[in-house]
Design a protein around this ligand. Structure first.
Ligand SMILES: N[C@@H](CCC(=O)N[C@@H](CS)C(=O)NCC(=O)O)C(=O)O
Length: 224
């Protein structure tokens, strides 16, 4: 049975990371679309897979795994000898990668998500942006990206000098920021702009987007 990935019909930043790893590793898979607009992620059947009612979920012959970063790490290690390495093995390179992965979780994701929710998610559903929440998250991200600018002045990628999962973890949500009215990935300094431009230009990412919009849908899928 092919690997199954349950993902939102509507584009999702967390799913984006998993898709990128699958493409970097050239692993075929089947997408099981979950229509969050119809609350398919809240059904008892879906909650049996993912008790937190979130996407994505991986099903590998009955081995169910959720949390996008855990799925990415599993796939990167399982297919270590295939495609791009994604997780270094040399201890210092691996430590630098772990530093980058922690930077994303602690300093990027907590700010990017409210910007995307307030600037894109709510308006798409006909709701109103909470300007205070949005502005506070933009200010927080701006401050953090100033530190990224320093880090990326001494290394090519956020997890060291090689492209790693730490970069992958940034792409999905980072790419949505512009659609949420936030230009920080290009305006935070030359190093951040160079880095984010480079990681979002990878074919493993561009194949899932078209004209700047995520077109990830079952119809657009080509997992080969
Ligand atoms: N930490 C989770 C977050 C997943 C997540 O927030 N997924 C979004 C779609 S991108 C979702 O399911 N949102 C629905 C909800 O939280 O109710 C992961 O990385 O997999």
């Amino acid at each position: 049975m092919p690997l199954k990935i349950y993902g939102p019909v509507q584009a999702g930043g967390s799913l984006g990371a998993v898709l990128m790893v699958l493409a970097e590793k050239q692993v075929p898979f089947e997408l099981v679309p979950i229509d969050m607009g119809k609350y398919e992620h809240k059904t008892p059947a879906y909650r049996a897979l993912q008790p937190f009612a979130q996407t994505p979920v991986m099903d590998e012959d009955g081995f169910i795994l959720f949390e996008s970063r855990a799925i990415c790490r599993y796939l990167a290690e399982k297919y270590a000898d295939r495609g791009t390495a994604l997780i270094p093995t040399e201890p210092k390179a691996k430590a630098r990668f772990e530093q980058g992965a922690s930077i994303e979780f602690a300093n990027f994701h907590p700010y990017a998500v409210p910007i995307i929710m307030e600037g894109l998610g709510k308006p798409l559903k006909g709701g109103a942006t909470d300007k205070r929440v949005y502005d506070a998250a933009v200010a927080g991200l701006k401050e953090r990206l100033a530190a990224y600018e320093v880090v990326l002045g001494t290394q090519r990628f956020i997890g060291g000098d090689e492209f790693t999962l730490a970069d992958v973890f940034h792409v999905g949500h980072g790419a949505f920021l512009a659609h949420a009215g936030c230009d920080l990935m290009t305006s935070s300094g030359p190093n951040v702009a160079r880095w984010f431009g480079e990681i979002t230009a990878r074919p493993s990412w561009t194949r899932w987007v078209r004209d700047g919009d995520a077109v990830r849908s079952t119809a657009a899928y080509d997992s080969e």
